[in-house]
Design a protein around this ligand. Structure first.
Ligand SMILES: Nc1ncnc2c1ncn2[C@@H]1O[C@H](COP(=O)(O)OP(=O)(O)OP(=O)(O)O)[C@@H](O)[C@H]1O
Ligand SMILES: [Mg+2]
Length: 114
């Protein structure tokens, strides 16, 4: 199981989520439209910056999607395609190995709990 964590431009969330919903077998996702951070090229995005305790941040959105291994590449490709503008600040996709999933309602574990 993999967790795909994507930091994307907030204005592209709906486009990306609509595309992800077309993937057959997508079990679910979590979205946070209101996060902030910075990457290597902060200056390019300075018109959007938020200054907090002397640190400059840029508003971003985060998607978290846990999928069986065989769906991971499809999810990554979909995000890469629909979150891409070609401008600095498009964001990043992090792929993390997931050790365990427990479904609270049933106590099921592993892939069947995703
Ligand atoms: N190494 C990192 N670890 C955690 N979060 C990161 C990392 N790099 C970027 N981010 C998050 O992703 C957001 C967007 O990063 P961004 O796309 O601007 O990266 P970049 O390295 O500056 O590339 P670009 O040149 O395309 O702007 C950041 O504001 C931050 O929230
Ligand atoms: Mg940047």
């Amino acid at each position: 199981m993999k967790e795909i964590k994507a930091i994307i431009q907030p204005f592209l969330v709906t486009r990306v989520v609509e595309a992800l919903k077309q993937i057959e077998g997508l079990p679910g996702l979590t979205v946070d439209r209101d996060i902030r951070g910075f990457g290597k090229t902060q200056a390019d995005e300075s018109r959007y910056k938020i200054v907090d305790d002397l640190v400059e941040y840029v508003p971003k959105a985060k998607l978290e999607i846990v999928v069986p291994d065989e769906l991971a590449e499809k999810v990554i490709q979909t995000i890469q395609t629909h979150a891409h503008t070609g401008n600095p600040g498009d964001g990043k996709i992090f792929v993390v190995e997931v050790a365990e999933v427990i479904k609270i309602r049933t106590g099921e574990r592993g892939e069947k709990a995703i």
